[in-house]
Ligand binder design. Sequence first.
Ligand SMILES: Cc1cc2nc3c(=O)[nH]c(=O)nc-3n(C[C@H](O)[C@H](O)[C@H](O)COP(=O)(O)OP(=O)(O)OC[C@H]3O[C@@H](n4cnc5c(N)ncnc54)[C@H](O)[C@@H]3O)c2cc1C
Length: 463
Amino acid sequence: MNLVSSDGLDKLRKALGERKVKTSLPDRKLYSYDATPIPIERKTPLAVVFPENKQDVIKLVEVCYEENIPVFPRGAGSGLTGGAVPTDERGVVVSFERMDKFTVDVDNATATVQPGVITADFQAYVEKLGLFYPPDPSSFKYSTIGGNVAENAGGPRCLKYGTTREYVLGLETVIKEGKVVRSGRPVLKDVAGYDITRLLVGSEGTLGLFTEITLKLIPRPKARKTALALFDDLKTVGKAVNAILLSGIFPSALEFMDEDAIRAVEQYKPSGLPKGAKALLLIELDGHPCAVEEELSEVRSLLESLGAKVKVAKDEEEEQRLWSVRKNLGPALSHLRSGKINEDIVVPRSYLPEVLPRIRDIAKKWGLLVVVFGHIGDGNLHVNLLYDKGNEEEERKAERAVDEVFELALRFNGSITGEHGVGLTKKKFLRWQFGDAGYELLLGIKRVFDPKNLFNPGKLIEI
Ligand SMILES: Cc1cc2nc3c(=O)[nH]c(=O)nc-3n(C[C@H](O)[C@H](O)[C@H](O)COP(=O)(O)OP(=O)(O)OC[C@H]3O[C@@H](n4cnc5c(N)ncnc54)[C@H](O)[C@@H]3O)c2cc1C
């Protein structure tokens, strides 16, 4: 049943057909959420629109630009910074879930993908063809390629393979007034003009709507092996990471957990990790089976020479068990406290031995429990500040502590976000990172693509 009516909505229905424009209250409410764990400004949209092809998206944007209707693009709603959340009740959410087709060009190792394709489905398909699409956000089983591109998502494998941006060769994007921009080509080299594709990757739905994404694929590694190393002190972890990376071996993942993270996981689902361990590294190597074996034994001796205790997974089952230590962290933290602010700062990795104790100092200063884990090889730390929901004083302290964590990252030449994006929750910090002149440039770019500020207004930058 349609509960809402307006000229704009009528035009949308006429342009796209009733079937693609939903206005029931449950639909509008359901599509106003994403996975952001903290309270954010959220409005119930006027409607949820389900385009099925590029023409639908063009018509939609034409109407929205004529009628001044804000547009909130949405993939799977797994974002952690409010990117897909509508912030204006006069706006429409655009869900790309019906645009979920892709084709693979095996000879050229490229793929043409609609934005609503689920990342895991795409990865599984190309792997059967002997190809590989490496970007691996932990949400890969349900997040979409469109959402990954808009957030420039990454995961453990980014150390070796880079983030989503490295795999986007081209984009078809609908911008102001329904105009279509085709940037990039399905080729590995293209130096013609400004690199609009790289600019659009990570634009968080604020510059336009992606309708087609051209992706680069690489050969699938034939083997993969995992090892887990336990350390008695934090300093040795930094040394171990450097030693591995300078040995000529390039792990496909190098994941770190601090002592609180280890304790939290052991309390949640015991896996026999020693109580006194101060830090843990999960190391994954991939490549040719012979090379992986040789590199693994080299990494093992290197770590043992530094005093770490090393366990190597013998088979896939054991490998899953080792990774479950890392994967159980999310639920384990939810068991510790009802509230969690999970920030994902990045610093050049050589600063980690200085930055890690300072994060602990911030937590101590505000009397908060902080749990740190992350992708240590690329300096991307997940700093989890835990508090009790409903305890207003603790919540306020956690917010103040977050400000200090961001200041710390910037002071050490880092960034306020390595994965989750800016969205609603970090936009006040973006000016700190860019400075006034840089921020002006961002505003100028936004105005070129979206002069009426209708694409995801209120996100990333403040107009
Ligand atoms: C448990 C969990 C683990 C996570 N782990 C990681 C991780 O390891 N690494 C990581 O990077 N992120 C991670 N995330 C965050 C999130 O999954 C990623 O940001 C992901 O890329 C979002 O994809 P989505 O399809 O859910 O997009 P949504 O959350 O729906 O949207 C994200 C952004 O994309 C925009 N958007 C969506 N589709 C389009 C389109 N077609 N055109 C233009 N803009 C569009 C939206 O407007 C929004 O700004 C995690 C989230 C959860 C819940």
